[in-house]
Design a protein around this ligand. Structure first.
Ligand SMILES: Nc1ncnc2c1ncn2[C@@H]1O[C@H](COP(=O)(O)OP(=O)(O)OP(=O)(O)O)[C@@H](O)[C@H]1O
Length: 328
């Protein structure tokens, strides 16, 4: 991340920029009605081509892709351009990226990082074998919550409750669209220069049909923030779990991390190790218009991939249904 921050401060980097491509645009779906439709963004400038986007800097690297800061030559508007590259044989990854594109084209909310267009340089509309995929995204000037935590370590409770509230509202919006995010973590929560936090990165997201996920791969995501039933579905009835609840678990960990100033399931400075896991509570109280998020833990231990674990210390697992007034 320090590398990312270092790069963020550099202007006009000389980049090995992919050449302008005759991009094929993914079709935008008309947004569906949702509980948070009042929060839908009203300005949604469309980008019709990549040709006029000039690369300014590298914002960061993720799994399989790079995010660039770009400027539109005519309007001067700044965007984040996420470029994903695929091997010819990376069929599953390609399919997942196509799903990300579909989801991004479907969502339209101020709680979600906006996607202004998705392009690929392959032939046809969906296969994209051996091609690059380009997401033109709203530029979030202040970076990610991960960057903020690296700088400030702990956040004050008022800031945490604001974060919890907005992300919960964003998840509520997604739930209304039948979308489960599946990778809520600090680096996927981005902040703009007005201090607004938004959910980003639908790289492992799925669409639900009722309680079942249409596209089910429980192991995709970031294991450190994954709920027990996702990484150990056999032990925790994962096959019958509510996919949306997994997002609440991850948000609970994020809230807790903001409070203690480090990834909370291990000691400060320790490397992430799969092993001890606590159940995370997320309480959400509403007092009139003001919301208040609180995270807590209950001790229990789950076995992750059976690696040299200490004795198991069971306790009851508390259920955490999504989006009631009080989530425990
Ligand atoms: N819209 C954006 N505006 C500003 N910076 C962004 C934007 N999108 C991504 N970034 C930056 O680029 C980095 C890489 O983003 P990307 O989504 O590719 O991966 P990631 O979420 O960090 O990791 P992973 O791929 O493991 O989920 C982010 O951590 C963030 O710092």
């Amino acid at each position: 991340m320090s590398l990312v921050r270092e790069r963020r401060n550099q202007q006009a980097l000389r980049l090995s920029v992919p050449p302008p491509v005759p991009a094929v645009e993914y079709r935008r779906r008309s947004p569906q009605p949702s509980p948070a439709s009042s929060l839908a963004s009203n300005e949604s400038p469309r980008i019709d081509s990549l040709i006029n986007l000039e690369k300014l800097a590298v914002l960061g690297h993720g799994n399989g892709g790079t995010v660039y800061k770009v400027r539109h030559r005519h309007t001067g508007s700044i965007y984040a351009l996420k470029v994903l590259r695929f091997d010819e044989d990376a069929v599953a990854v390609r399919r997942q990226a196509a799903r990300e594109a579909e989801i991004l084209m479907r969502v339209d909310s101020q709680l979600i990082v906006k996607c202004h267009g998705v392009f690929h340089n392959g032939v046809g509309d969906s296969d994209c074998a051996g091609c690059d995929l380009y997401f033109v995204m709203e530029y979030m000037e202040a970076g990610s919550l991960h960057d903020v935590l690296q700088m400030h370590h702990r956040l004050p409770e008022q800031a945490i409750s604001g974060i919890a509230r907005r992300v919960l509202e964003g998840l509520h919006y997604l739930q209304g669209m039948q979308i489960v995010h599946r990778d809520i973590k600090p680096s996927n929560l981005l902040i703009n220069n007005r201090g607004e936090i938004k959910i980003a990165d639908f790289g492992v997201s799925g669409v639900m049909a009722g309680k079942l996920e249409v596209t089910h791969d429980p192991y995709m995501g970031t294991s450190a923030y994954m709920s027990p039933e996702r990484f150990d579905p056999e032990r925790w009835d994962g096959d019958f779990s509510d996919g949306f609840a997994g997002d609440i678990w991850s948000l609970g960990l994020v809230v807790w991390e903001c409070h203690v100033g480090h990834y909370p399931l291990i000691g400060p400075g320790q490397k992430t190790r799969l092993g001890d896991v606590n159940v995370c509570y997320l309480l959400w109280r509403k007092d009139g218009d003001a919301g208040h998020g609180v995270a807590g833990v209950s001790k229990f231990r789950v076995e992750m991939f059976g690696e040299g674990l200490e004795e198991r210390e069971d306790s009851d697992r508390t259920s955490y249904p999504p989006f009631s007034d009080k989530m425990v």
